[in-house]
Design a protein around this ligand. Structure first.
Ligand code: G1P
Length: 358
């Protein structure tokens, strides 16, 4: 069965401010790779070759990062959404691209470490396929998601972010549909938050007697909406890291555990304790980089200590007295310690920045 892919890469990313003032949330790196790339790779792994990416205000950046898709072995078509009008609205405007083909809808900020091959295989096995197949995952905070209610093992109802969740089963942001979804997205009305909801779309299919299957995901799924989720996804990937060294390490340095040193990085008089990944052309000088840390490309870490953190590209961290922990540090940031008196802090922080100083 030929399946297409539809990835959503728009949205405001308000919960990930300040990073989303200047960048698409789907391009935040996890283990030195934009979140969005994991979605593309998961689709390609299932044999999906035609992928539509729905973009909004940050479309230019997404295009620059993904290109025509050939580096992933896919052909990418960009679909512009004029404003964040909901997931079902994105499906609606992608009808021309999707045509009559069944497809995987993948929210570009959803991260699933083990990929989606078993679920796609399951869907494709049916001929004709069900109208939809949704993936469910037990969570501690179901009120933050679409929530599923099952009756006799079958999906009976889905509700968007209910104050009193009927179960702990979140409907995750990866869905399979066939062409019948268009009848639904063209019939439903915007919700109270003014969006065409994907949960209403699924409910419409159920209410109109179409078959909607569900599968429970066993594996690591994370909706990377907030800073802690990014750090968690980063940890999840680094847990499975295969060591690799394309960088240089001087004699005074120690590299312990599972560490990836990307092309052209330099480790000088430092300790790197894995799992950790050091990006292309990044220099670590007289510093300690501890477990579960990803430093992206073209950074400088000097006379500093950092662990359990993600650092984005072109950032400089020098002479910081305290160990940096559990932190997400953006692009082109300059973080400098200073010995001069008076020992006050000198900060230039953008809106919604968060800093804790010991
Ligand atoms: C969206 C969906 C929700 C789903 C979630 C998964 O929520 O509306 O049903 O559970 O994605 O990530 P949003 O992240 O847009 O608030």
């Amino acid at each position: 069965m030929k399946l297409k892919g539809l990835i959503l890469s728009g949205g405001k990313g308000s919960r990930l401010r300040p990073f989303t003032y200047t960048g698409a949330k789907q391009l935040v790196p996890i283990a030195n790779k934009p979140i969005l790339f994991y979605a593309i790779e998961s689709l390609v792994e299932c044999g999906v070759r035609e992928i539509g990416i729905v973009v909004g205000d940050t479309g230019e950046q997404v295009r620059a990062a993904v290109g025509d898709g050939s580096r992933f072995g896919a052909a990418v078509t960009y679909i512009e959404q004029d404003a964040p009008r909901g997931i079902a609205h994105a499906v609606k405007i992608a009808q021309g691209f999707l045509g009559d083909d069944p497809f995987v809808l993948f929210l570009g900020d959803n991260f699933i470490r083990e990929g989606i091959l078993p679920y796609v295989t399951q869907f494709s096995r049916h001929n004709p396929p069900p109208a939809s197949q949704v993936l469910l995952c037990p969570v501690k905070n179901p009120q933050d998601f679409g929530v599923a209610e099952l009756r006799e093992g079958r999906l009976a109802r889905v509700v968007e972010k209910p104050a009193e969740p009927p179960t702990n089963l979140a409907v995750i942001g990866i869905y399979l549909f066939d062409h019948r979804v268009f009848e639904a997205v063209n019939s439903i009305e915007p919700s109270a938050r003014g969006e065409l909801e994907i949960t209403d779309t699924i409910q419409y299919l159920i209410d109109h007697g179409h078959e909607v299957k569900c599968e429970i995901v066993d594996g690591c799924w994370i909706d990377t909406g907030k800073m802690d989720d990014i750090l968690e996804a980063n940890r999840a990937i680094l847990e499975t890291l295969e060591p690799e060294s394309a960088g240089t390490v001087d004699k005074a340095s120690r590299v312990e555990g599972r560490v990836v040193l990307e092309t052209g990085c330099e480790i000088i008089n430092s300790v790197i304790r894995g799992p950790a990944i050091i990006g292309e052309r990044t220099r670590v000088v007289k510093s300690y980089v501890g477990p579960f840390t990803s430093i992206y490309h073209d950074c400088l870490i000097q006379d500093s200590e950092i662990e359990q953190s993600v650092v984005m590209e072109n950032t400089t961290i020098t002479g910081i007295g305290a160990r940096i922990q559990d932190s997400l540090i953006g692009r082109n940031v300059e973080l400098k310690g200073c010995d001069a008196k008076p020992r006050g802090c000198n900060l230039v922080l953008g809106d919604f920045s968060r800093v804790k100083i010991p």
